[in-house]
Each structure stands twice: as structure tokens, then as C-alpha cells.
Design a protein around this ligand. Sequence first.
Ligand code: HSE
Length: 434
Amino acid sequence: MESLKVGICGLGTVGGGTFDVLTRNAEEIAARIGCRIQVSHIASRRAKPQYELSGLRFSEDVFAVCDDPDVDIVVELIGGTSLARELVSRAISRGKHVVTANKALIAEYGGQLFAEAVANKVTIAFEAAVAGGIPIIGALREGLAANRVHCLAGIINGTTNFILTEMRDKGRDFADVLKEAQALGYAEADPTFDIEGIDAAHKLVILASIAFGIPLQCDKVFNEGIGEIQPIDVHYASELGYNIKHLGLAVRRDQGVELRVHPTLVPKSQLIANVDGVMNAVLVKGDAVGATLYCGAGAGAEPTASSVIADIVHIARSVRNGRAPGVPHLGFANTQAANLPILPIEDIESSYYLRMSAEDKPGVLSQVCQVLSEAGISIEALVQREPQLNESQVPVILLTNIVRERDINSAIAKIHELESIHQQIVKIRLEALG
Ligand code: HSE
């Protein structure tokens, strides 16, 4: 049986997982393609790893893999965007196909890299860049190819989902859960990428680009992390029938596309609201298929390796059949959708959870309701707790109907001006996803 040669750059969590799965499942994978996948070269900038590497080349210089004539597919797993970008460009210029799990690289520089790949008649594949082991890119490109996608909503960062779940279920401390996520290999090298939503924004940009055929536009995503979420909000949300999830949302509207990452109240009756721990899930709504949900491990060595290897298999099948795998979603470039603008956050439409601290005296609630009513905002639910002994302020929690963000912001500013409302008003978006 012939073989196709793979060079792996980076032997961290995902690199190690990829090597392990390729070795363990070599027979099945070869049978599926009709040829063997042989790891011929591994490069790691750290010291030589513990793996049994006999029969293959090891380098500390990752560029040696791109220059190796005995490598057909370069797998970039070093992360970051400077060295990785150079590496991928070099591999492409040497006529190698590239597989990467690097969402930041694709989200920020995908446009240029795809053009380089097309010019060199190779492909660049990145299934592992979004939602770890869930084959969501394949699903959007192939399984859902018939559809006009209306919207997608995803739990696309395992670390934040893990943290929110542990905080909700076990009342654990944020920092303590984060440390565990890092030890388990879920979190990014710089975990602020997870916590502040940057990682999820990168993934959302990639998904939206494939789903709607729009260019990758990293700088236009609205992004809010989970740092401000208080246990009291998790508690009230739950009492009202919602779980708080850190969602990436891409919504296609007539006037443009909403691209936003933020904590979101999701009704517990929705399957996605019950996807907990490090698991990821992506809900996609297409005009033909309706609502579909894809769920699985969003991070970790072998789930991510599963997607890396899926790309290797896809490329290997094309190569064996004498076809260039190409860079598929570039076909959108001249469609009407490609020119849709990304809407500013003030123009998005959502329902809202508001929590405010009100003086416990007659008429306060009616003043708040009047401000909302004058703004044309309807209250869908309202909770006010009795004051505890010696408390002069009480929490008031409201859920609104769907309104434009600029309208809720101006209503919040007016509520702030009321003398009986103290402290900041907490605002969390709510999506019924129905
Ligand atoms: N840090 C990422 C996460 C890893 O937590 O989801 C997978 O991209």
C-alpha cells in the first residue's frame, strides 16, 4: 500500500494527540483512504519528546518540515500568529498542503493564506480550529451546502463553558476552576483569550465566513467575556428558567450580519442550554433543514486530533483521486452575501436581562416600568425580592422583549438617572433560540 507523508510541527497537547491517534488507528485510517498516513517528520521547539520516534525525522526547527521533500502535508500545531504564519506560507510556497488547528491564524490571516494556497494549487484545512472534535466546518460546507443559513449560535469555548458550569453547579471559585482547565489542557497559552472571548470570536468569524460566505472580519466582532458574571445572576437566571452560556452568535439580517460573542441567557428548554463542562455545541439554522445541533468535546488532545486527522484524510483522498482539494468556500466571493456589512452592536436585536438595585419605597418600580414603556420596551418577566432585615435596597430583575441594543442602552441610562436606583445596572443579553 502506498503512503502519504505527514510532517507535524508542534508536539504539545494537540500534536501529541494527533501522533497518538494516527499511530493507534493507522489500520482503520488507511482502509478509509486506501493509502497509509505516515508521519515522516516531527518538529518541536522544545526538547526531544518522550515518544517512540524511531523511523522518522525529528527537528527542533519547525521550518525543516516545510523544506523536507519527504513531507506532503504539513500539520501546523505551534499556535500563535507570527511564526505560524511564516511557517504556513513557507509550506504553501513549497507546494505542501497544510492542516492547522490555529483559529487565530485563520481568523486574522486566512484571506491572505487562502490566496497563497490557491496560487500554489494546494489547500489549507482547519476543521480543528473551531469546536475541537465537532466536525462543524465539514457540516457547514458539505452536509448543509443546500441551505441559506439564517443564524448560528455556538458554545465554542470549552474553558468558559467549563468555568460557568462549575460555578453554577458547585459554587466553585473562578480562579480555581480556571487553573483546572489549564491543567487539563483546555485553556489557551494565554487564558485571557478564553475568558475575554477572543478565542470564541476567532472561531465565530471562521464559522460565519463559511456559513454566510462573508470575508473573515476579525476586527468587527463584538466581544464580551465572562469576567463580569456574578453568582447572583447565575442564580436569578436559573430561577427564571435560563442557563447563562457564553455564546458566539452570527445572525443574518436584511441589512447585514450580527457577529457577537457574549454571556447569554438561554432557556433551559433548549438543548444547547444543557451542554455543560468542556463540551461545545453549535446550533445552525438553515432555510431547508431547519434547526440542527452539533455537540462534542471542544478542546483536549484527542478530540482536537480527531478533527486534524479528518482534514488529513480529506486531503489524502483528493490526492489519491488525482484532484486538488482546493480551498472550497472561496467560491462565495462574488455573491450578494459576501458584501453584507457587519452590524454595529447598537443595531443588534435581542431580549435583555436587567438587574438593578432599587430603594425599597413606594413608586420605584412604577418609575422603572414607565421608562421602559416610554421606550416601547415590554417587560416579559419581573422578580423583586423582599428586603432582608436592615436592607434598604432590593434587587429587581427584569426580562424584556426583543429590542434594539441602542434602545435598551438609552432606557438603562434613563433608569440610572432615577434617584431610587443605585449602583450599576447589570445587562445580559437573552436569546430564546426558538
Ligand atoms: N481554549 C480553547 C477552548 C481550546 O477552551 O475551547 C480549543 O480551541
